[in-house]
Design a binder for this molecule. Structure first.
Ligand code: G1P
Length: 279
């Protein structure tokens, strides 16, 4: 059973400037909840209860969000507004939240390695909060789907989706041998390839399950694309020496790291959750 989930949240969110000048991009609200809370709730729906954040300078609002705010709670106690805090209070009361800092921006691989101190020696999930993943009512959350696969195969898993060839340069892209419907054994993986170098149009999205041997592999991984230590390169090594799976998840993903995706996600959440009283 995967219990721990790591959130690399040190990035700057430059695409949302000036909104993200003094506020973490993970705290941008989708209707009335910050982006990062959706990621945590998805992980809770997968049975996880231990959340680690790799933060950086200017990200303290995230730690404050997952902590009690006595002053505010005392102020609104007994008023109709109290219930607006129910979702976050329940997360705080039932889960553990820990934080560490990545003091240099050396890539996603490096950010994940910085989380080792909080994760230790057990398999864990990684959520990139920029990607909002939603599923139909009653379906398993994307992390729950992956966690079930982990229990069956016991190896690292990346979530993938098909994207148009003119978008592969924005993603890690895999090649793999089909194992069963929607599941591949990874044979190749390239970080942000140009279309003519991409091994397929299966793009990695921001949901991973990683086995803890990944930490040593990352430590031995040279900086790759853009001079950064890439988790994609470390996972390729793991795939070559053992097994990494790529899973075409059931559900829908919004790229909330882009303005268009963020607005689409906002409309979706408003129509499908908020208006139906599910937020
Ligand atoms: C990261 C990963 C990339 C993956 C993407 C998913 O890139 O490096 O492999 O496809 O997340 O969102 P980023 O979007 O942080 O540049």
């Amino acid at each position: 059973m995967i219990r721990k989930c790591l959130f690399p949240v040190a990035g700057y969110g430059t695409r949302f400037l000036p909104a993200t000048k003094a506020m973490p991009k993970e705290m941008l609200p989708l209707v009335n909840k910050p982006l990062v809370q959706y990621g945590v709730e998805e992980a809770v729906a997968a049975g996880m209860n231990n959340f680690s954040f790799v933060t950086g300078r200017g990200k303290r609002a995230i730690a404050d969000h997952f902590d009690i705010s006595y002053e505010l709670e005392t102020q609104i106690k007994g008023t109709g507004k109290e219930e607006l805090l129910t979702s976050i209070r329940s997360l705080i009361d039932n889960n553990k939240f820990s934080f560490t800092r990545q003091n240099e921006m050396k890539g996603l691989g490096h950010a994940i390695l910085s989380g080792q101190t909080l994760i230790g020696d057990e398999p864990f999930a990684v959520v990139l909060a920029d990607d909002l993943c939603v599923v139909e009512n009653g379906q398993d959350s994307v992390l729950a789907q992956m966690s079930k696969l982990y229990n069956q195969f016991r190896c690292s898993i990346v979530a993938i989706q098909e994207v148009p060839m003119d978008e592969v340069h924005k993603y890690g892209v895999i090649a793999g041998e089909p194992m069963k419907e929607g599941l591949f054994r990874v044979t190749d993986m390239v970080e942000k390839p140009p279309a003519d170098k991409a091994p397929s149009n299966y793009a990695i999205i921001g949901r991973y399950i990683l086995t803890p041997d990944i930490f040593d592999i990352i430590r031995d991984t040279e900086p790759g694309k853009n001079g950064e230590v890439q988790i994609t390169d470390a996972l390729l090594k793991q795939a070559k020496d053992g097994c990494v799976l790529a899973y075409k998840f059931k559900g829908r993903r919004f790229d909330c790291g882009s303005i268009d995706g963020f607005v689409e996600a906002t409309n979706y959440v408003y129509e499908n959750y908020y208006k139906k009283g599910q937020l």
